[in-house]
Write a protein that binds this ligand. Structure first.
Ligand SMILES: [Zn+2]
Length: 416
């Protein structure tokens, strides 16, 4: 036995093909084997190169019957803790109602804020659990969830506690992001600077003290918070030692991306109106671009993000569901992969990189998640597909045969 080989294997996958998502490519290994020891990947390679003693000493042998193994999906941008329902609003939209008309009838984000404020922690947990379970069944093994429907201290903390409870309850890894500066609450309608003071002087210190979020996000947009307000929040978060990210350039070019880059943001998200100079700043500071085709689709937007510029500047591109009740009620990563290809002109390889390793980069987790490499977390999905491109092409189909998270099997339809 060489020192490079594990001395013990818990699970060995054979008769599989791997799309390892390393080196900014699918990096396929056909006719492969993959071994897991404890929580981590301990051996990968061609099956013919698998040492005999590893095969004979493994605890559990899984025959993948020519299936494909990819890293579990990383969904790096969601707002899936919310109260109430907006489906009536969807029907009003389809009947021709404008946003203003819907708002006047109590719809829009403020209906979600009101319902989320009114809901108990247990009610929010029950509602969000169904959504997390749906994403897990789609092969998502790492998930980010933002607060931002409380817009007051007590409810923002309640949301973050629910996110923490989801992380403890479900096998998938969940990162919590504080998004207190998501929208201006009605009680601060004429005092947006006053609300930013509340976020920076009261909410952020409480979030830091309770250690219930790893990152801080802001909706920098003409309908939300301006550049100087956004800067205040990012500066305070940075001073408190929290990572930052930004909803930037979704509906207009506010120069948010360039500013967030100066704070070494993990990611800038949406980016439909990103300028060349903003993109250059992102590239300079190694900021990941998170594209959200579900919101673009659901809002019937027409201005696409400058994907060619992102590619030319070699900015990592992540894709995510943006699961939320107002602009992206999409519970499917495979559907998002198809949208990323069809709406934003990503190749299947780029879309799949976006849902795996680049999603991990957007969360600062690329050393442990998002690709199949020795020493990384054994977060793996076995797919019954002919080629990885099927995950983008067969819109919304989810032919999963097994899900493993941290070395533990969570779902298995393969014969053992
Ligand atoms: Zn969002």
């Amino acid at each position: 036995m060489t020192p490079l080989e594990p001395d013990k294997i818990d699970t060995l996958f054979i008769n599989c093909h791997l799309a390892t998502m390393t080196g900014n490519a699918l990096s396929i290994i056909e006719k492969a084997a993959l071994a897991v020891t404890g929580k981590t990947i301990s051996w990968i390679g061609r099956q013919k190169d698998l040492p005999d003693h590893l095969r004979t000493s493994c605890q559990k042998l899984i025959d993948c019957r020519n299936g494909w193994i990819l890293p579990g999906f990383v969904d790096c941008h969601t707002h899936l803790v919310w109260g109430g329902s907006r489906s009536n609003e969807f029907e009003m939209r389809l009947s021709g109602a404008t946003y203003e008309e819907i708002s006047k009838k109590g719809g829009g984000i403020f209906s979600t804020v009101q319902s989320t404020r009114n809901a108990s922690k247990d009610e929010l947990f029950t509602l969000a659990s169904k959504r997390v379970a749906a994403l897990l069944s789609q092969g998502i093994t790492t998930l980010e969830i933002k607060s931002g429907y409380g817009l007051k201290l007590e409810t923002e903390l309640k949301m973050l506690k629910v996110i923490g409870q989801l992380d403890k309850t479900f096998p998938l890894h969940i990162e919590a992001t504080f998004l207190g500066a998501h929208a201006l609450p009605q009680e601060f309608a004429d005092d947006s600077d006053g609300y930013i003071d509340l976020v920076t002087k009261t909410m952020l210190p409480a979030v830091k003290d309770q250690a219930i979020a790893t990152a801080v996000d802001v909706f920098c947009e003409r309908i939300a918070f301006n550049l100087s307000q956004t800067r205040k929040v990012l500066q305070t978060a940075t001073d408190l030692g929290l990572k930052v990210k930004l909803h930037a350039e979704q509906l207009s070019d506010s120069n948010g991306a360039a500013m967030a880059a100066q704070f070494s943001a993990l990611s800038c998200d949406h980016l439909e109106y990103l300028s060349l100079s903003g993109a250059k700043k992102m590239a300079e500071h190694n900021v990941t671009a998170v594209l959200l085709p579900g919101a673009f689709y659901f809002l019937k937007e027409t201005k696409k993000p400058p994907v060619q510029i992102l590619k030319d500047l070699k900015i990592p591109i992540a894709v995510s569901t943006d699961l939320n009740p107002g602009s992206s009620p999409v519970h499917s990563m495979t559907l998002i992969l198809n949208m990323a290809c069809m709406l934003f002109d990503l190749t299947c390889e780029q879309a799949l990189l976006g849902a795996t390793i680049n999603g991990a980069k957007a969360l600062g987790l690329e050393l442990s998640k998002g690709s199949i490499e020795k020493g990384k977390d054994a977060d793996l999905v076995v797919w019954d597909i002919d080629t990885p491109a099927d995950l983008c092409y067969l819109a919304g189909l989810t032919p999963i045969e097994m899900i493993m998270i941290g070395g533990k099997i969570q779902h298995n339809t393969l014969h053992k």
